[in-house]
Design a protein around this ligand. Structure first.
Ligand code: C5P
Length: 301
């Protein structure tokens, strides 16, 4: 018996960041769009908890209990009074430490898979609650589509989208730690009046219309200056994608993956080709969004 769940990556089309709160987190207005790059998480009964991972970046994935997939299994098992005796296998396609919620995807995937494997039947609300305990981006990995996240980013409201948006993603030679990028944001904004984060009505309208030009004109990421400060070479990648015809370019979440919006799939292919030969990034992927959230794709007896 095993259960396999497929979970998408995300790009933040708006990431408005407020001042640091007393608990160290930042209030956000976080507009998430799930995109069609997926990790697959398979859970199988085992003697104890074990995590394995395959894929080009598998060596960078922690296989201990800091892995969000392991933490998800432990959290659900704790809620239903059982031990998390499960082998979690991750087939990783989402860039690691890239600002695309790859770790969060594995947490949401393992949670949904263990729920099915153990026949728990947790409600959507219970699953989203556990996701929020695991991390700020994990509820969105479960939900998918497009959503506004407020609070730490975990309080979600689903958003309408009027069509598919075509993206190119460039991964970087090294990762960036999300806490380090938020710390750099704090350093760069020290002494400044940081406004309350609010979602842009123009951006939400662009998403609802499915209008890539309007979306390109309104995307924003308040973490981008911090990511560029820690990783200045990303400016070259952003410039290369714009020179290749991207409607806009931005750092995805806390980075260092950079995201490029294209008008249509053909333009995305052209931009991807130019980035691949630009010498400014490690690898290039094309994906469109919105994509569905965590979904059970296999249930083997
Ligand atoms: O919630 P999560 O564990 O994914 O967050 C990772 C880190 O990112 C936090 O420890 C914190 O440093 C930073 N963070 C933040 N404000 C948020 C979300 C994350 O400062 N809203």
């Amino acid at each position: 018996m095993s259960v396999t769940v497929r979970v998408p990556a995300k790009v933040n089309v708006q990431l408005a960041v407020g001042a640091a709160r007393a608990d160290g987190f930042h209030d956000l207005a976080n507009v998430f769009l799930a995109v069609g790059l997926y990790d697959e998480v398979t859970v199988t009964p085992a003697d104890g908890l074990r995590v394995t991972c395959e894929g080009p970046d598998a060596a960078q994935v922690p296989l201990d209990r800091t892995n969000l997939a392991a933490r998800a299994a432990i959290a659900l098992a704790g809620r239903c009074g059982r031990t998390p005796d499960v082998h979690v296998h991750i087939v990783k396609d989402i860039p690691v430490a890239g600002g695309m919620a790859g770790g969060s995807a594995d947490g949401a995937g393992a949670l949904l898979a263990c729920d099915a494997l153990w026949g728990v039947g947790a409600s959507r609300e219970e699953l989203l609650d556990i996701c929020a305990e695991l991390g700020s981006d994990v509820p969105f990995s479960l939900a998918g589509g497009a959503a506004l996240g407020i609070g730490r980013g975990e309080q979600l409201t689903a958003l309408e989208t009027g069509g598919a948006f075509h993206w190119v993603f460039a991964t970087a030679a090294r990762g960036l730690s999300t806490p380090a990028v938020f710390r750099e944001f704090d350093r760069l904004t020290a002494g400044l009046d940081v406004p309350e984060p609010v979602a842009s009505p123009e951006l939400l309208a662009a998403l609802a219309k499915g209008d890539p030009d309007a979306l390109a004109a309104t995307v924003s990421n308040d973490l981008q200056p911090a990511a560029l400060s820690l990783f200045p070479e990303l400016a070259d990648t952003l410039a290369a994608g714009r020179a290749a015809g991207a409607l806009t370019s931005l750092v995805s979440g806390s980075g260092p993956t950079t995201a490029f919006l294209a008008r249509d799939p053909e333009a995305a292919a052209r931009i991807a080709g130019a980035l691949r030969t630009s010498g400014t990034c490690r690898s290039v992927r094309v994906a469109s969004g919105p994509a569905p959230g965590a979904t059970i794709v296999g249930n083997a007896a």
